[in-house]
Every structure is written in C-alpha cells, then in structure tokens.
Write a protein that binds this ligand. Sequence first.
Ligand SMILES: NC(=O)N[C@H]1NC(=O)NC1=O
Ligand SMILES: [Zn+2]
Ligand SMILES: [Zn+2]
Length: 475
Amino acid sequence: LDRCSLLPIDHFFLFSKRVITPAGIISASVEIDNGKVVSILEREEAPSKEINGVPVMDYGNAVVMPGLIDAHVHLNEPGREEWEGFVTGTMAAAAGGVTSLVDMPLNNFPTTTSSELLKLKLASAAEKLMVDVGFWGGLVPENAANLTILEELLDSGALGLKSFMCPSGINDFPMTTGQHIQAALPVLAKYGRPLLVHAEKEQPGVKSSQVDKDPRLYSTHLESRPNSWEQEAIRDLLDVAKDTAPGGKAEGARVHIVHLSDADESMQMIKKAKAQGLNVSVETCTHYLAFSSDNIGDGDTRYKCAPPIRSEVNRKKLWNAVNDDFFDLLSSDHSPSPSDMKLPEEGDFMRAWGGISSLQFVLPATWTAGIPHGLTLEKLSNLWSRGPAKLANIYSSKGSLEPGKDADIVVWDPESSFVIDENYTIFHKHKLTPYAGQTLYGRVITTIVRGQHVYQEGHHATQPCGKVLLAKSTS
Ligand SMILES: NC(=O)N[C@H]1NC(=O)NC1=O
Ligand SMILES: [Zn+2]
Ligand SMILES: [Zn+2]
C-alpha cells in the first residue's frame, strides 16, 4: 500500500474552510479511513495537528471537493499507445484533479466492441492506472445486428455503449444509423445503462473535404461541419430515443449526447425531448466553453475537433445554457494523437487529426472560462463529478463527498494562477495542446483516490494503484 500513496496512512482528517458537499460549501473536517469518507463535521477552525492520534491536514482556504470524473476520454491503448496510454493518461488525470475516467471504445485497436475485446482492454490496463478507469463499449453495425454480442459486452462490465452517427475518423469503428441505435436500446434498457452518441450527420452538399477551399483557414473546417450536421443527427436520434419514455420499449435506457457544440436548434430539440419525458442527457466539453472560432488562427490545427468549435456568439449561448442547468455534465473528449498527425507545419485543417488534448487542464480551464460567466464552485463540481457519476452509474460510490463513499478528492486553489509554459509539466504523452501559453486559475494541490494521495504538487505516487470500474451484471 505504501507506494500507492504519497502519504501512506489509512486514517486521517482533511480540514478546509471550503469543503464542497451536497448540502453546500462548508468549513469542515473530512475524516477518511480505509479509502472511504467516514464523516464530514462542520467546524470553523482547523483542529489541532491531530485528533486522538489521527493526523489532520489543514488545507486552510483551499477547496476540498469530489475528484472530477471525466466520462469521455480516449486513452487509445492497446493498439495506439503511441497516441496516449493508460500510464500517461491517468498520470495527467491525477495531476488535473480527475480521480476517475471512462475510456472510449475507439482509437484503441482493436476497438472495444465485444466482451473479448473488453478483456483485452482490461489486460492492457493492468498495473498502469494512477486513477480509477471504467470503459464504454462500442456500438457498431456488426454488434447491433447480433444482440448477444452486446449482452456479453455489457455482462463483462462495460458501463454503457458509445456510437457515432457519422464516420468516426477510425476505419475499424463504423458509424451507426438510427435503426442500429433503435435495435440496441432495449438491450441497454434491460441493463439500465446509457448509450452515448456522437451526434453529427453528414449532409448532402457539404463535404468534409472541401477541396476547393483553402484548408489552412479555420473557416474551411468550420463550414465543412455546419451546425446542421448536429441538428440532423439529433433529430434522428431523438426520434428513436422516444422508446426511452415511460412505457416505451427501451424504458430504462438513457441516450446521452456527447460533446454538443451547437447552441441553437440542437439545444432547443434536446430541451423539448427532456420536457416530453425522454431519458435524454447531454454534455459539452471544456474547449467549446473556453475557445471560439473568432480567436483561432489559420493553420492552428491544435483546435481541430468534431463537432468544431463555433463562434463567440455560440460560446456565450453555451455558457447561458450552463447557467440554466441545461447540461448534465462536462467532459474533456481528450483525443490526442502524435503531434505530427496534427500537421503543425502544413496547418491543413482538412487532413489534420481531429481531437483536442486537454485532460490535465479541464478543471482550471473550465473554472477560468467560467469566472466571467458567474460559474460557481458548486455548479462546477456538479457538472464534473455528480453528473458524470450518474451517467456511468457509479454515483452510489463516487461523485460527491458523503460519508460511505470513496474518498476521491481534489484539493485545489481557485484563486491561484499558473501558466502552461515550459516550466509546467504536462503529463500527456504529447505536449501539443491549444491550452499552451494560457494563464489558468485553479492550481491543483493534491489529488486523492480512495484515500490514497496519488498526486501532490507536481509529484505522483510511485505505484499506480487505480482500479478498473466494471458495471455489475444485472441480467
Ligand atoms: N475518433 C475520435 O477520437 N474522434 C473524436 N475527436 C474529435 O474531435 N471528436 C471526436 O469524436
Ligand atoms: Zn465524438
Ligand atoms: Zn470522443
């Protein structure tokens, strides 16, 4: 156990004047024993150095809150570990205050589309995890046509499924139509697990390779994936998601739209579907809240992702939606590649890999972008811990600070800033990121996973003791 933690003791107290609990922000001591939160006691001042021989860590005015849960990460291992990997990805997570993440079923090779392939994932993750990691399985035409494969994948512990309504960018992860999704939803309903959907649909007339336009212009990328792609996919998706309504043949399944960028009609459709009782939820990503097309330089492919980052007007609408509690959760969609695949020299948006590298920065980046929009610490915490825990069905043990739950905690200083420059250590496998050079508020001081101090002020525990998070079989 010692090497799993920089503070190898089982039983201790944390004190802070800002502990984020489901009942609000309080000045309190949090007792942690054997990996769990045991008690949270309101008190104005730090107790002495110890209570009955149990050490007290006084964090003063720093924020003590549930560790972030990033439900949308591409770790790409096995098969593309030169893109990211379990070791580097989970070290970056720990350094960023992320205590659990859920790995996407693609970009790894082979993709995670059957029980056997999930077992490959698990074997490959063994002894590499600095934080806890769950897995989404992939829904593709092949297993949508053979529901036994899907059931086995869910029996093996996939927390839910993910599919694409447009080409995924990876040849071995083909897209699904509304019909494939409709076929899979009753299976997900039986297991009570979600389907996550990349909702973009190619429109006739708009080619993602706009051969006649200058591929170095950001506008070429933006125009190649207009918001109508999101709107048309979401229209199709919500049509089949009707089956999730009470009494429907997929009641108990949840349809979750990942990485929404369009703040216009897509948002209106989702609101309406929720109001009608469909079991639908939605996330956006830090980069849609932090960046806008108005500020992306031509040739700067670090910002290339799908759906694309849209206008400043759109970004403001996304923040209004955050403030109106439209989003159920936030995620990173950390999807890095080797730097040369971003074609930094050519700056060709049409040919560069689409995916943004961000996992280590989501806490300070969300906070920094949110300050001018009145983001509160509680809302930040709900979007980054409670929401994703509920999506992944791990809220009984994670996602909030409450007695009985896992002691997954980030201690951070929202008022302290840092610059992502050459003195700052990025733990991602590749250092190319649009956050480079930025000044961010929200320095992570300590990250605790099940009571173990896995990260503190630039240092990690020497042994990776993260666990895999598998769904318990319900069938
Ligand atoms: N395959 C993959 O990771 N695609 C992701 N990248 C991105 O920008 N959007 C995605 O869905
Ligand atoms: Zn996607
Ligand atoms: Zn993704």
